[in-house]
Write a protein that binds this ligand. Structure first.
Ligand SMILES: NC(=O)c1ccc[n+]([C@@H]2O[C@H](COP(=O)([O-])OP(=O)(O)OC[C@H]3O[C@@H](n4cnc5c(N)ncnc54)[C@H](OP(=O)(O)O)[C@@H]3O)[C@@H](O)[C@H]2O)c1
Length: 312
């Protein structure tokens, strides 16, 4: 079996997932103020009903709360749920065994004996990439995880992870990176192409640019908290033509929303988006990014607009 084939089948029938960073996270997303557990339960149920089964979480989201909440919801459904979670290589984690210990903690919070995907959250020193991949091999062999992913790895780092896993015949399943119409770094620097060549799925995080591409924010109504620094008034002003184009293209598709168009664009680029949702209506809307496609021409218009608004 070629690498390409092995990889294609790992994410077979998974076009989109749901990001669970905001689940239980008070610091960045304000969990408990504006959205509560019942909203997240509705996000979970709405997504499953729409055929979305992959949920992306991490041990650090809400300091474990995201995994705990997801685990609580999973117990209430008969439907198959696929979990992607992550290991944070904190600088005080200095042995392979720390990865397996952290993984067992995640499995306990999630209430499952195996997850579909275990990802190294980011390439932090001092431990080298190969050491973590060796721990991942152990986790696969112990049946604790089905596949191995990395996140925020650049081209060289990803190649090292890929090569080390391949020595044990395990394909690197994915690299989770930021990718959206306002950040096309991985497309421009060749990472996306490298992933295609190696059969590694790009999982696109922040496909809505943390909500900005939904079109609900404007220079007079900016996102608060940590988002305010990056998506400030000047930036949001600059991207207004992009928001207009998303609206226009959506209207040409029987009233699709800017968020649905923005997510669909990431799918058209061959990536697997994992938009976050805090409420049932957001989850419902985002699920509407599935089962239709932008034309090649529309993708090209969006590409050109993205280049134009980001040029200075
Ligand atoms: N590996 C990593 O380092 C990394 C980093 C970041 C994210 N991630 C993953 O990627 C997932 C998604 O990324 P993200 O949460 O940063 O950004 P995102 O998916 O681009 O944006 C999600 C936020 O946008 C708003 N939103 C979502 N759908 C909407 C809709 N239809 N209409 C209006 N607003 C909507 C909500 O926030 P408001 O309602 O507050 O606007 C929501 O929390 C995360 O949950 C996490 O799983 C991974």
């Amino acid at each position: 079996m070629s690498d390409q084939h092995a990889q294609t089948s790992f994410f077979d029938n998974v076009t989109m997932g749901i990001g669970a960073w905001a689940w239980g996270d008070r610091l960045t997303w304000g969990y408990g103020r504006g959205y509560q557990l019942a909203d997240l339960r509705a996000v979970f149920e709405t997504s499953l009903a729409a055929g979305i089964r992959l949920f992306d979480t991490a041990e650090v989201y809400g300091q474990g709360q995201s995994e705990t909440i997801l685990g609580q919801f999973i117990k209430t459904t008969e439907q198959p749920v696929e979990i992607a979670t992550k290991f944070m290589p904190f600088p005080w984690r200095l042995t392979r065994g720390t990865l397996l210990k952290a993984l067992r903690g995640s499995l306990r919070r999630l209430g499952v004996s195996q997850v579909k995907l275990y990802q190294v959250h980011m390439p932090l020193p001092p431990m080298n990439i190969e050491t973590w991949m060796e721990a991942m091999v152990e986790a696969v062999q112990a049946g604790l995880i089905q596949g191995v992913g990395v996140s925020n790895y650049d081209s060289d780092q990803m190649r090292r992870a890929y090569d080390r896993l391949m020595r044990d015949g395990i394909p690197l399943a994915s690299n989770q990176v930021e990718y959206n119409l306002l950040n096309r770094k991985v497309e421009k620097n060749g990472l996306l192409k490298q992933c295609e060549e190696l059969g590694i799925k790009v999982i696109a995080y922040s496909p809505l640019a943390m909500g900005v591409l939904s079109g609900k924010y404007s220079p007079d109504n900016l996102p608060g908290g940590v988002r305010g620094g990056r998506y400030n008034q000047r930036f949001v002003q600059k991207i207004l033509p992009m928001l207009d184009l998303l609206k226009k293209i959506g209207n040409d598709h029987a009233g699709k929303t800017p968020a649905q168009v923005a997510i669909n664009w990431t799918i058209c680029k061959g990536t697997l988006p994992i938009p976050g949702a805090k409420t049932q209506s957001q989850a419902d809307q985002n699920a509407g990014a599935l089962n239709w496609r932008l034309s090649d021409e529309e993708v090209a218009w969006l590409d050109a607009m993205s280049d134009q608004v980001l040029q200075d």
